[in-house]
Design a protein around this ligand. Sequence first.
Ligand SMILES: CC(C)(COP(=O)(O)OP(=O)(O)OC[C@H]1O[C@@H](n2cnc3c(N)ncnc32)[C@H](O)[C@@H]1OP(=O)(O)O)[C@@H](O)C(=O)NCCC(=O)NCCS
Length: 409
Amino acid sequence: MREAWIIDAVRSPRGRGKTGVGSLSNIHPQRCMAQVLNGLKDKTGLDPNDIEDVVLGCGTGSGDHAHDIARMAVLDAGWPISVTGVTLHRFCGSGQQAVNFAAMGVMSGQQEAVIGGGVEFMSRYSPLHANGFHANNEHLRDLHPQVPQGISADLIATLEGFTRDDVDRYAVESQTRAAKSIADGRFNRSLIPIYNLDGTLALARDEHPRAGTTLESLKDLQPSFIKMAGYHAEGFDRPFNELVKKVYPNAGALNHVHHAGNSSGVVDGASAVFVVSPEYAKSRGLKPRAKIRQVATAGSEPLIMLTAPGPAAKRCLQKAGMTKNDIDLWEINEAFASVVLKFMRDIDIGNEALNVDGGAIALGHPIGATGGMLIGTAVDQLERLNKETALIAMCTGGGMATATIIERM
Ligand SMILES: CC(C)(COP(=O)(O)OP(=O)(O)OC[C@H]1O[C@@H](n2cnc3c(N)ncnc32)[C@H](O)[C@@H]1OP(=O)(O)O)[C@@H](O)C(=O)NCCC(=O)NCCS
């Protein structure tokens, strides 16, 4: 099979996902995505006429994110009308899936030059998607009841025995690492500043991290998902915590350990990764930074929902003929602290080489945009640390995960 090369990967800064508070929140998601596409163009010198498709992940699909946000961003960027765009939804793994599909298109020989990535403006969400992922399908609701992710994260902590101290320690490490990476300018290479319509600068740096976070400063934060667990949402036959009991009768009372300081930050952002064939790169004199060696997905039980990164990573390693010992760096999305702790337990690794620049607890998780951001961060890390391989994995809604193995070139 042909190789898929990453020429470059860029992203917007992550703005706080609150209307009127977040510095990106006044900008339309299409406009932000368009600026990231043009940032990629300016950085790499890519010719938009050569781009066969722009594949973008978005986990919303309604309101300002509706329809085909990829094509709209291409048009908003002022790119030739010949450049197509397609938008896909794999919940939080949408952006990673978009890059993986871009790679698969190139590997299969069907495409030469594709952009993968994603966009999400969480400042434009309605407060709670209370009708659930089954979208009012009663049959599926009964067959596979699903609850909001924060409850699933607390269920993982309950079943795995992760304490509040465990998850808070993990969160402090995420903040500490992110603060150092920001202070050292490690993200600067991939950041595209985003501008308002009037031409003024909206945001040039991530604005969610809280440098100086300590165990002490997290101590008084109240668990975020107790009230939600007791909520009886319209279209469900019982409250969420009763649904948990129905599927996990032996779990006992939920241990609510997650709060604002150890859950992924709610943010706005966009990402783009330029993926090409070796022949195309050579013909245009483009120097690759990494190659996509293998991609995979995995599914797991949908109520607990966030446990598939381990199985996806194992499948990806197996397909690549590799073991965990062949991986130098790991980027595992910090949807919630318990998700990453469970991943480390499943794969039997520590955190020395995992999320070395911090993760979504500090930086934020702009759902459909995150996958492209993590892949770009991993490319930067491989070069900075002179390492060879990285594995990126993310949990998603519906009980799935995406995985990608990349190799520095
Ligand atoms: C957990 C959650 C509900 C908290 O939401 P929130 O209360 O709006 O969170 P905020 O970031 O605004 O923080 C609230 C307060 O907590 C405190 N806080 C947050 N992080 C802190 C930290 N690291 N140290 C100390 N205090 C902190 C602050 O007082 C903050 O208020 P402020 O912003 O006015 O200073 C939200 O972050 C969430 O849902 N995260 C997960 C998102 C998700 O599900 N993504 C998909 C994953 S699968």
